[in-house]
Design a protein around this ligand. Structure first.
Ligand SMILES: [Zn+2]
Length: 158
């Protein structure tokens, strides 16, 4: 499936984070206080919900009813349902807070914006154009690297 994007219900915050780690455009209901999840969905956005009534009401092909309480099972369900593969993901390409695609920034520009030891040991930096958060290869946890490798095979780190 080409570049799926998502709108995710309030109760599925961890899933939002993980979908963004994988690089998917993911809106989170919580970030839009005046909207319900259906307002966020357009025709190409896939709704992820845990609410039975919603799942039953709308049997749209664009809706996935998440069954598990476990975050990794939830993630697997999405990946399996949409048959997502290694070529569909762009790990660590998106701001986890804002959902914006992060952009390359040169090392000099981040001199006083990251800890000294990071600046001294890293050469590749990116930043979020919205919240200005700086990312570098080590800013993602070993755990997320491992999980992605487990689900999709080896990845380039950045
Ligand atoms: Zn951001």
């Amino acid at each position: 499936m080409m570049n799926p994007c998502f709108a995710v219900e309030k109760t599925l915050g961890k899933l939002v984070k993980w979908l963004r780690i994988l690089g998917f455009d993911t809106l989170y209901e919580q970030d839009f206080p005046n909207s319900c999840i259906f307002d966020l969905a357009d025709s190409r956005r896939i709704l992820l919900t845990r609410t039975h009534s919603v799942g039953k009401q709308k049997s749209s092909p664009n809706l996935i009813f998440i069954t598990s309480d476990n975050i990794f099972e939830q993630l697997k369900q999405v990946i399996k349902t949409l048959a997502l593969e290694k070529t569909d993901i762009r790990p660590f390409s998106r701001c986890l807070r804002c959902n914006r695609a992060i952009e390359a920034i040169d090392k000099e520009s981040v001199r006083y914006r990251v800890p000294d030891y990071i600046w001294e040991t890293q050469n590749s930096f990116r930043f979020c154009p919205k919240c200005r958060k700086i990312y570098w290869p080590g800013s993602h946890t070993q755990r997320s690297m491992r999980l992605i490798k487990e689900m999709f095979g080896p990845q380039k780190s950045f």
